[in-house]
Design a binder for this molecule. Structure first.
Ligand code: MRU
Length: 365
């Protein structure tokens, strides 16, 4: 997608320098546009853990490049098999909820298992990371095509009046490589001239909605309004929301959806107001091994300072201010689970399906 009219992906191999992976540093957006170099597996771990990159599909692609960088730093001596297992465990421990991380690492492990030679393993890991990146771009493009008719239908029913879509967190191209998941149908509808408007939940504590979704929608010229996290329910009661589209970090085989904390409350409000609640995700976000998302999906708990302080732009720099008493205790759960029964449908690269085991299982074929 575009930033100031120039096309970017969120991650790429540096030109003429395949030992360096470059990323957009999302900690600085929307205030400053910075690019960071990742040269080692440790850089990659840090970039994922500290959220220089974030969003399930992008975490996966970054981890795949991390495996490549880790292998590139090895010498022929030493126990290659153990080192590779350690790399995989290390990267997997960077963030617990987005299953794309494991999906990507497993994909690299599988591809490199075909040879004993380090040089060949490095080449295969590089190819696999590049391929995963291409796959995730195409997945998002197809999610856009598959989700577009849902918006078009509402637009027709409203006789061309503006379709109001509510989204939570950032499930946009910044969370992926291009297009985004929840935003892909939105961008396509906008491109095709359908009148749309997006309600953007600010998404405390890190404000990915206010900082990233608002930024990227603005860059593509999509009308949008940022709201506090507690506003969605009122807007739904007042008929100001036609549909909700969110992304997912991990969806269990029975259709329970883990996504940024606060998603569940939007699903409850949507259910109470008969508003369709869609989840857009690539199949790399489905955890086929889990059948009860509420019990089994691990929920990340993050640094208390993310709640205690708010970050903003002041006097030409990013500044933090404390917003609560110094000694009050804090809990910072990163994700929640929306039970499948509140999900109208899943929008995937393979089509739209019910959030239930038989329908999801059909996508696998
Ligand atoms: O903590 P984050 O910013 O990595 O959380 C991101 C989200 O919850 C997104 O909604 C999710 O990854 C879907 S991304 C296409």
């Amino acid at each position: 997608m575009n930033i100031n009219g120039k096309h970017y992906h969120t991650i790429w191999v540096k030109e003429n320098n395949p030992e360096t992976i470059q990323i957009i540093d999302q900690r600085s957006l929307p205030f400053e546009f910075k690019i960071k170099n990742l040269k080692t597996i440790e850089n990659t771990f840090q970039a994922i853990k500290e959220m220089w990159v974030r969003g399930a599909p992008l975490i996966g692609v970054t981890a795949a490049y991390g495996m490549y960088l880790g292998l590139s730093g090895l010498s022929e001596n030493g126990n290659l098999k153990n080192q590779i297992i350690d790399f995989a465990k290390y990267l997997e421990s960077s963030r617990p909820t987005a299953v794309n991380l494991k999906f990507a690492i497993d994909m690299v492990l599988e591809k490199i298992s075909g040879t004993e030679f380090l040089k060949e393993k490095i080449e295969l890991a590089f190819k696999t990371a590049n391929q995963l990146k291409v796959n995730e771009i195409e997945n998002c493009r197809l999610i856009g095509e598959n989700g577009f008719p849902l918006i078009e239908k509402i637009s027709k029913a409203k006789k061309g009046e503006t379709v109001n879509i509510l989204t939570h967190c950032n499930a946009g191209w910044l969370a992926c490589v291009d297009y985004g998941t929840a935003t892909a149908p939105i961008y396509l509808a906008h491109e095709k001239g359908i009148k749309i408007h997006v309600w953007v939940d600010e998404t405390r504590p890190r404000n990915q909605g206010a900082r990233l979704t608002a930024y990227e929608l603005g860059q593509q010229g999509v009308p949008h309004t940022v709201i506090t996290d507690n506003t969605g329910g009122l807007l739904m009661q007042k008929d100001l929301v036609d549909m909700v589209i969110v992304g997912s970090d991990r969806t269990s085989a029975n259709g329970d959806v883990a996504n940024k904390i606060g998603t569940y409350l939007k699903a409850l409000a949507a259910h109470d107001n008969n508003i369709p609640f869609y989840v857009a995700l690539p199949l790399s976000t489905i955890d086929w091994s889990i059948n009860d998302g509420i019990k089994e999906i691990p929920i990340e708990q993050r640094d208390h300072n993310e709640v205690k302080y708010v970050e903003g732009w002041n006097k030409n720099k990013i500044t933090k201010v404390r917003i609560m008493p110094e000694n009050s205790s804090v809990a910072n759960y990163g994700f929640d689970i929306t039970p499948a029964k509140y999900v109208t449908a899943l929008i995937t690269e393979k089509g739209i399906c019910g959030a239930n085991k038989p329908d999801i299982e059909k996508l696998r074929k």
